[in-house]
Each structure stands twice: as C-alpha cells, then as structure tokens.
Design a protein around this ligand. Structure first.
Ligand code: PAF
Length: 289
C-alpha cells in the first residue's frame, strides 16, 4: 500500500491505474478509522481495481473548533487498517495541500443541507461539500463510499454531485451503518467517551429501535415524544433534536401516511464534555418493502 501526501504524486499514480483499465473507488474519511470505515474500504476493494482512502481532518466542516481540537488523530493506525482491508492507496494531505488558498466556494442545497445538522451546525455541510468536491476533482473516482451513519450527509453529497455535474461520473455507494454488539453506532467520536458515558450511550439506539414497534399504533408526535422522553430519562443523555422526516426531502412528516420513506434522526449529548452522538432509525423504507 502506498501513502501519498501530495496531490500530484497521487494523480500520477492514478493515471497509470486508469491506463491499466482499472476502476477507482474512493473512501473519504477524516481518520480515526474503525470497523465502520473498514466495511466501506472492504466493499470498495471488492468493487474496484484500486481503492484510495483519503485521511483528512477537514477543518472547514467544523463549526466548533473545540470539536476539531478533540478529534482523534491516528494516521499510523489508520494506514495499518487500510492495508489490512486491502486498500492500495492512502491519501493523507496537509491542510495547505488541500486548500492552497482558502476555499471561498459556498454550497447550499436546501432543504437537505439546511435542516437538522445543517441548522445545528452552520457551515458544516458547506465544508463537507468543499472537501468532497475537491476529493472528487483530485481522485476522479468511479465510485465513492459513504456510511449511512451520516445519513443526512449522503443526501447532501448526492445533491452536490448533481450540482457539479458529476452524477454520471461517480456512483455514490451508500453502506449500512455498523454497530457495536450493544447497538451503539460505530463512530470515531466513541473513543472520546469515558467508560461511564460508553455504558449509557447504547440507550440511544435502544430507544430508537423500540420506537419502531411503538410507531405501529401511535402517531408521529407520540412516537417523537416517547423517544425523547426515554432518552432524556437516562442520566447523562440529553437529546439535542429528534426529527421524524421524509427520507428524500428530509422535511418533517406529521402523519405516517405522508410518505413511503420515513426516518427518525437524532443527536444526543452524552456525558459532561459532552460528546455529540448521532443516529437514525427507519420507520418506513422503500428498499425493504
Ligand atoms: O464523514 C466524514 O468522515 C466526513 O464528513 C467526510 C465525508 C470524510 C468529509 O470530510
């Protein structure tokens, strides 16, 4: 496996890869890789002749600089995991390499980029679009792999790809969320949890999962309130928002029959730091009908 820090070196290599007729899979990451990332990398390795994993802690998507400062940085371990998963290339540029001049482009794709995470973390999706578009221009992947844990991010990236005219060039591959045995969604931020916080965090998914049954004979509003109450009842957990939305527009639904694709999206503050955890559950999914 080769590790590149410079765009030109990666591009020279990928020129040869394409000349051999190989397709390229890109797995964009911010590092601190875990089993969730491993599942994306393995899938890309299976589906492409070459896989590039980008490891870049993108400052422009952090509206909270404290969050950026706390974010785990583990490049050496990340490279080992990429190699073990069969990736051929890691692209780990510096901030100066990715942004030789400040990125002044502004991306907004309402409603997908302005609701929920977009509303709570102003500028976050603009930064995600800046870096993802840069990565697409640099790597020119045939496929790009994103985890469903960041479910809203996928909706925004799809709008981005359409906007920059890349929808025929790159296929956005959505990969299922990976959970620990107790249900906690795998996340780089989980390593920041204290043992006490880690012990209460699975209650988030427990409440979401239980609400799928509850929803069968309760209204959207009742289901919403039950999830929030169940989670807030746990000492150390504090729901920031829980929204039950249409899976395509990401706008709130008021009745279960309003849409054939209904998803409950949540963010919860866990512990004293506190660590912000996100998760979601599907109430109606056209894929599994
Ligand atoms: O999901 C992430 O880790 C990041 O938002 C991404 C897509 C790598 C862009 O920095």
């Amino acid at each position: 496996m080769k590790v590149f820090k410079k765009i030109v070196d990666l591009q020279n290599e990928l020129f040869l890869v394409r000349k051999e007729g190989k397709e390229i899979g890109l797995v964009p990451t911010m590092g601190a890789l875990h089993e969730g990332h491993a599942s994306l990398i393995k899938r890309s390795v299976k589906e492409n002749g070459a896989t590039v994993v980008s490891v870049f802690l993108n400052p422009t998507q952090f509206n909270d600089k404290g969050d950026l400062g706390r974010y785990p940085r583990t490049l050496e371990a990340d490279c080992k995991l990429c190699e073990a998963c069969g990736a051929q290339y890691v692209f780990a540029p510096s901030v100066e390499e990715m942004y030789p001049t400040p990125d002044t482009r502004h991306f907004e794709f309402p409603p997908q980029s302005t609701v929920m995470e977009g509303a709570k973390r102003p500028g976050h999706f603009n930064g995600v679009c800046q870096v993802v578009s840069r990565l697409f221009y640099i790597v020119k992947p045939n496929r790009a792999y994103f985890g469903e844990k960041d479910w809203q991010q996928i909706a925004v990236v799809k709008r981005l790809v359409n906007y920059i005219g890349y929808d025929r060039l790159v296929h956005i591959v959505e990969c299922p969320i990976v959970r620990d045995e107790d249900g906690l969604a795998k996340s780089s931020r989980n390593t920041l949890l204290t043992p006490e916080e880690r012990a209460i965090a699975p209650n988030i998914y427990k409440a979401l999962k239980a609400s799928v049954d509850y929803a069968k004979d309760h209204t959207v509003a009742e289901t919403h309130d039950k999830v929030v109450a169940d989670i807030n009842a746990i000492d150390g957990l504090d729901v920031e928002y829980f929204e039950i939305v249409d899976g395509n527009t990401l706008l709130d639904v008021n009745n279960w029959n309003d849409s054939g694709y209904v998803v409950g999206c949540i963010t919860v503050y866990c512990g004293h730091t506190p660590i912000r955890l996100i998760d979601h559950v599907k109430y109606k999914d056209p894929e599994t009908k």
